[in-house]
Design a protein around this ligand. Sequence first.
Ligand code: APR
Length: 253
Amino acid sequence: MEAIEISPEVAERIRRARRAVFFTGAGVSRESGLATFRGDGGLWESRRPEELATPQAFARHPDTVWRWYAWRFHQAAAAEPNPAHLAIASFEGRFPSSLVVTQNVDGLHRRAGSQRILELHGTLVEATCHSCGRRRPMGEAVAQSADAPPRCPCGGLFRPAVVWFGEALPPAVLADAHEEAQRADLFVSIGTSGVVYPAAGLIEVAHRAGALLVEVNPEPTPFSSLAALRFAEPAGLAVPRLLETIERCRSQA
Ligand code: APR
């Protein structure tokens, strides 16, 4: 694997780093065959998020929304973690503190073996009752009813346990992510366009708090100029190389 040229200052900061945060978006799962939301072939290129990913859309046409998430559930279930997910998971034991903060709902970080994960936008692996909050496996709910959201014993409708536009992120998860971003020495932003808040705000929080910012994205983002290291290539290639470089820095006394 071709070594990455980094400045002595960056190498020194990597050597001294104790806390790493991997902040991921849809791009990290692109090479697992899952579409991103924006950009060429993005899910929102041919669909309107207001019609599929809001509580209002679910109230107006629950069957359409349910069928669309059932389709995404099957896509995610059929996908496999790629070298980026696997490299991030393998890093967990090798750094004093390494954590994944993800906007993704596909569950691939967990399937790759990552343990410490904050899911800012919920998960597609579970369904929750829109009325009482009861949870159950999404696979079971879709198997029970593929075309319409199944009913909860409370009478409410089950929905995917994801955060829709206009809904608040889970407060405890967001607070933990904010604290981790503030305490990070190394903040690696992978495969996110950085346009959806409050999640994207974590990049600013980490940078303002002095973290070394690394960005992995074939396309520039609003945060590219803040990155000390930038990989303009697919995550499946860049992340293993980045982690190898970090290992090399840390092995040099
Ligand atoms: N490797 C790394 N990055 C990639 C790759 C790849 N193989 N392929 C595409 N990308 C980049 C794109 O250039 C883009 O900047 O991934 C980014 C994906 O951006 P979005 O589709 O906007 O996804 P994301 O940033 O995760 O969206 C945030 O928006 O729709 C909501 O809730 C949804 O969590 C999502 C949030």
